[in-house]
Design a protein around this ligand. Sequence first.
Ligand SMILES: [Zn+2]
Ligand SMILES: [Zn+2]
Length: 308
Amino acid sequence: MDRRAFLGGLATVVAASPTVAQPIWSSPVIDMHFHMRRAPELNLAHLQGAGVTAANLLTFGNAAGPVRDLQTASPGRFPCWFGSTDITKPGAERLLTEAAKAGAKGFGELKFPVAADGPEMRRVYALAAELDVPVLIHFQEIGQAAAAGGYNTGIKRFAAILKAFPKTKFIGHADAFWANISADYAEQESYPAGPVKPGGITDKLLADYPNLYGDLAANSGNNALSRDPGFTGDFLKRHQDKLHFGSDCNCDDGMGGGAAQNSPAVAPRMRGKCVARETLTVLTASTTPEIFRKVAWTNAQRVVGLSL
Ligand SMILES: [Zn+2]
Ligand SMILES: [Zn+2]
């Protein structure tokens, strides 16, 4: 084979190989908050565009088949998935159990109009402990353009749940979870800006309960990391073993493109941007490469029992 033919062949191999990640970030990255997309090819497109190594697929309903197809098509890129179902409907526990038996490494995301300490969620917490999988919870108190009303309300009462279910691994996410890093938060808005007042509920719960973890996905996680750089570095240091990266991004290409990420339903500060890129950028600027690696790569694997 002459040199040109060899290089041509090599280029083809590199272009066709789904396992070559772009070295944009200082460590490999797993996106733990990645909603599986309807068009199979859009899943890999987002990872490649944002320089993300792997993703945990958040699914709904009976998803074991489509997950397996994606895993087969892109080896190594989708190493785990979470199962979810409407937990207000009868049969939810059976469906969640089936998902775990089919290989789901967690439940979530759970985003339903119930109280986080109500009977529906308590049943899920007990099941998660029994099956030894974490529960990813969307905490929201204030209605928004993309999601009216409240979901898993009552984060301010959540210490009692963390105490009552010590064997359940809880992963907190969304605006009420992240706005409550500040002690002065009183549900006045979804994404408060400006300095953080130390002593917030989320900060305290992460410090006090070994069974609570934080998912930095979405505008809410990005906003929490961006609003007060003086606070962020210490916060990441304090909880360096309990936080993990996620995007919850709606863009098509890992660059902020596509209609969904450019719609009025997206918070103005994130519109037209890739949440994965934005959050990995603020993490890079806010902490050391050692802590970045924990948050972007190793912590989440420990929570779900993976070793990549
Ligand atoms: Zn959510
Ligand atoms: Zn994106």
